[in-house]
Design a protein around this ligand. Structure first.
Ligand code: FE2
Length: 346
């Protein structure tokens, strides 16, 4: 499989939950680059290359001096822009090449976003939009984060595959039709959508306690991947007879959007962030916790599969095959590979 170690750079990735970063130096690796993240005294997020240009000691082993980072080896000190502002051993002469890379960062949607490419192109308007985030009628879960020992594209494939739930998520998202109902694949200007309506079936176990109506439902599985690796998984449950591509939601229609943010750590590891956002029960903490716990359990099921897929596909001893359900995933990989190639030529 191509592109295991290739990443789109000029885009925003989630670097963490905003609440997890403060006045401490935290070492992270994203897209194979070592980064130190912290906040200034007034709370602004900062990300710098995590290696002193002298002998490459991680700056995260040093300490914060005001808003600057002092290296723990010889005290070279770098401000938020990565400029060296002190070199105590040099008697005031700051070496011309004493500089570290700095990365633009923005707090949005309770998440910390990092721009991994050309800083001059870092436009916050390009951050992935979460519709209805400020809508008081919508409720969201606390979400979570986990590291998966697989390439991020295996997670992207998984999030464009509504069929795996029939085998991997038997106690949560599975249900009649999730194994073989026909799939629609559509390219969009930001990625690929694989979707299907399933009509007149009971809700899946995960949603059974959340829908506000009794009986069978019409159900949408909308699996959308957007560049560079953001999955929007929309579930619609509507009373039987009221769903379908040409029907507007009615008052009883449940809409839940699972947001999934994949940030490559390197070619073999992915940091996976998520939260869910629903059009019901905005303040119901019991429902939020139940949905969050259920999502975490399901994503652990995914992790168990995807880590073994990564290992198996990294060095297969016999040829592998594709199935019809892989069409959307292949389109997304093709789109992403084209963007990465174009970025390399720019
Ligand atoms: Fe899954």
């Amino acid at each position: 499989m191509d592109g295991f170690n290739m990443f789109l750079k000029n885009c925003w990735y989630v670097a963490g939950w905003s609440a997890d970063y403060g006045r401490a130096l935290k070492a992270e690796t994203y897209l194979g680059e070592n980064i130190v993240i912290y906040r200034t005294e007034d709370g602004r997020p900062v990300a710098l290359e995590n290696a002193c240009p002298h002998r490459k000691l991680p700056l995260s082993d040093g300490k914060l001096v005001g808003d600057a980072v002092e290296c723990g080896y010889h005290g070279l000190t770098f401000n938020c822009a990565g400029t060296c502002v002190a070199a105590p051993t040099q008697r005031g002469q700051i070496p011309r090449r004493a500089v570290v890379k700095s990365y633009p960062m923005v707090d949005r949607y309770h998440l910390l976003w990092i721009w991994m490419g050309d800083p001059d192109k870092a436009n916050p308007d390009l951050i992935f939009p979460v519709e209805n985030f400020d809508n008081p009628d919508w409720g969201y879960t606390d979400g979570g984060v986990m590291d998966i020992n697989c390439n991020y594209l295996w997670v992207c494939d998984n999030l464009l595959d509504p069929s795996h739930v029939a085998w991997v998520h038997v106690t949560s998202f599975a249900g009649a039709g999730t194994d073989d109902a026909p799939l629609d694949v559509v390219k969009t200007d930001r990625g690929v959508v694989v979707s299907r309506w399933i009509y007149g079936q009971p809700p899946s176990p995960y949603y059974a306690g959340i829908v506000k109506f009794k009986g069978e439902c019409d159900r949408l599985q909308h699996y959308e991947m957007c560049l560079p690796g953001i999955g929007l998984n929309k579930s619609i449950y509507s009373p039987v007879g009221t769903g379908g591509p040409d029907s507007d939601p009615i008052d009883l229609t449940l809409i839940n959007i699972s947001y999934n943010f994949m940030t490559p750590i390197n070619g073999d590891q992915t940091r996976y962030f998520w939260f869910q956002h629903r059009n019901t029960d905005p303040h119901d903490k019991v429902i939020s916790k139940k949905m969050n716990d259920g999502a975490y359990m399901a994503f652990e099921e995914d992790r168990a599969v995807l880590e073994k897929v990564h290992a198996g596909m990294k060095s297969p001893s016999t040829p592998f095959i594709d199935l019809g359900l892989d069409a959307g995933a292949k389109q997304f990989r093709h789109l992403l590979a084209g963007r990465i190639e174009a970025e390399g030529k720019a």
